[in-house]
Design a protein around this ligand. Structure first.
Ligand code: PLP
Length: 496
């Protein structure tokens, strides 16, 4: 299998080359040249495998340049009960008639980003070896909270790599800040930026693309790579858990092999739901993909009208990991649907110049066929947390609550009662303030009082990684102006 770029169909890269590069030179995203198939017998056979075995099996269809031994090394190093609090890695809970919550947050940082960022360092270092690149990789991350910590935890003390994370000084929760600034590891560095998330993101992009910085790094035997969801090495691991969950539902007798299921995903950058789309195109029996957004509902509008328009107010919500107006993985979906790199260049050119584009009628028809979409505001998110807690004694985090709200609305308005998997993307402990406000009407001010209170209310074990933060010393207190990020990176890469 080869990888093309969404903006250059004639490109032919191996998966290892695509993972090392992160993003294609002309700005496009790497996509496999065809979508491999999975048969009913293969899906059934997963039931007898461990999660690392399932993962290696699915990867073998996409990362065809990796040997079986390399894939097994990567999946067994990433998915084990040292990093995850369940040996099964993910968990499925039956919420109400035919509606299942797929818990993807049993990893070290309590958000679904761990499912990909625990394995990305192994995929990346293996890819470096395979491509014969003998450079130290510097991972640069701009984060609004979850990605930064998950990337730090994945890359900490990984030989041949170092990682630098920039976060907006006043733009992350107290728990997220504590998670990042106490990070262990000799090769990690965390820095606050006096600005918002866009300032961090723009700063990182400018550093990535600066020929001057790249040349200085090369002279030190270093190169940049990316850990955000434009990297194929972050997307591919997410396809696995949808197939794995389906196999579990079949083996538990909840569905029969071949029965179609809906999949609902709380969406920001469109990575997680795109992975579900890939699983469907591989042959997983899926009916509708339901895309759930918060008040930043640019995707709801796009999937129902075919017009993408980012010229709108930006809302800060209680589900901050979905506060996004440019969903970068949409580019991959539109490329799969059209196969036309010229069209992608035209649409995404318009997105950057005018902030808006409209897809063709043929694509609109495909979007309506494959997807349903909905959104809800903070009040509705909290009402859903309360409702699910009262009715089923199940405590949702804010992001998953958006998905449950949108799904219930979909079910009510369409009458579609197809069994449904809802992707649950974070532990409620990560967003304790809003969860406690929803359930108790108020939340204590101190982050660890919130943890205690949530334990009392939900009865869920406190994740060991969050409990350990209480007495952990802060290692990183620095903050820089956005104009100083480049000098900061150059100075830090001198120390590596
Ligand atoms: C990142 C994130 C999302 C959004 O996922 P995308 O792949 O960006 O669509 C949803 N929920 C949580 C908790 C997240 O961290």
């Amino acid at each position: 299998m080869f990888y093309k770029s969404t903006r250059n169909s004639s490109l032919k890269k191996s998966s290892a080359e695509a993972i090392v590069a992160g993003i294609s030179e002309e700005g496009g995203l790497f996509v496999p040249d065809h979508i491999p198939q999975i048969t009913a017998d293969e899906i059934k056979s997963l039931a007898d495998m461990t999660y690392p075995e399932r993962a290696a099996f699915v990867f073998s269809k996409f990362l065809t340049d990796f040997t079986d031994a390399e894939l097994r090394y990567c999946t067994e190093s990433a998915y084990n009960d040292k990093s995850f609090d369940h040996a099964s890695i993910t968990e499925i809970s039956h919420l109400f008639d035919g509606t299942y919550v797929l818990e993807l947050w049993h990893g070290p940082t309590c958000a679904f980003k761990d499912m990909a960022l625990q394995i990305l360092p192994y995929l990346l270092t293996t890819s470096l070896k395979k491509t014969g690149i003998d450079k130290k990789v510097v991972i640069l991350v701009a984060t609004s909270g979850d990605t930064g910590k998950a990337a730090l935890e994945g890359f900490a003390d990984v030989e041949g790599t170092s990682i630098m994370v920039f976060y907006p000084e006043d733009g992350v929760s107290a728990m997220q800040k504590k998670q990042m600034t106490t990070q262990d590891g000799k090769n990690v560095c965390v820095c606050a930026v006096k600005g918002n998330f866009d300032d961090c993101q723009n700063g990182v992009k400018a550093i990535f693309t600066s020929e001057d910085v790249k040349a200085q790094l090369a002279s030190k035997g270093q190169m940049f790579s990316s850990a955000n969801s434009i990297n194929w090495g972050r997307l591919a691991p997410q396809i696995i858990y949808y197939i794995s969950a389906y196999a579990d539902l079949v083996s538990n007798g909840d569905i029969a092999m071949g029965d179609k299921v809906n999949i609902t995903v709380p969406t920001g950058n469109f990575g997680n739901i795109l992975a579900a789309y890939y699983a469907k195109k591989m042959g997983l029996p899926v009916n509708k993909l339901i895309c759930a957004s918060n008040a930043n509902n640019v995707l709801t509008d796009f999937l129902t009208t075919g017009i993408y328009d980012r010229n709108r107010r930006f809302f800060t919500t209680v589900s901050p990991s979905m506060d996004i107006l440019i969903s970068s993985n949409l580019e991959r979906l539109l490329y799969i649907m059209t196969g036309d790199d010229a069209l992608i260049r035209e649409w995404f050119g318009k997105l950057s110049s005018e902030g808006r584009y409209e897809v063709s009628d043929a694509v609109k028809a495909q979007l309506l066929e494959e997807f349903a979409a909905g959104c809800c505001d903070d009040a509705a998110t909290k009402a859903t947390i309360r409702e699910i807690y009262d009715k089923y004694s199940y405590t949702l985090d804010t992001h998953t609550a958006v998905a449950v709200n949108v799904y219930e609305n979909y079910r009510r308005t369409t009458g579609d009662t197809t069994k449904t998997i809802i992707a649950s993307t974070a532990s409620p402990y990560k967003f304790g303030t809003a969860v406690l406000e929803a359930i108790c009407g108020e939340a204590p001010a101190d982050e660890f009082d919130k943890v205690d209170k949530l334990h009392e209310v939900s009865g869920y074990d406190v994740p060991a990684s969050l409990a350990a933060l209480r007495n952990k010393a802060v290692r990183f207190t620095g903050s820089v102006d956005k104009s100083e990020m480049k000098e900061f990176v150059l100075a830090e890469t001198d120390k590596i």
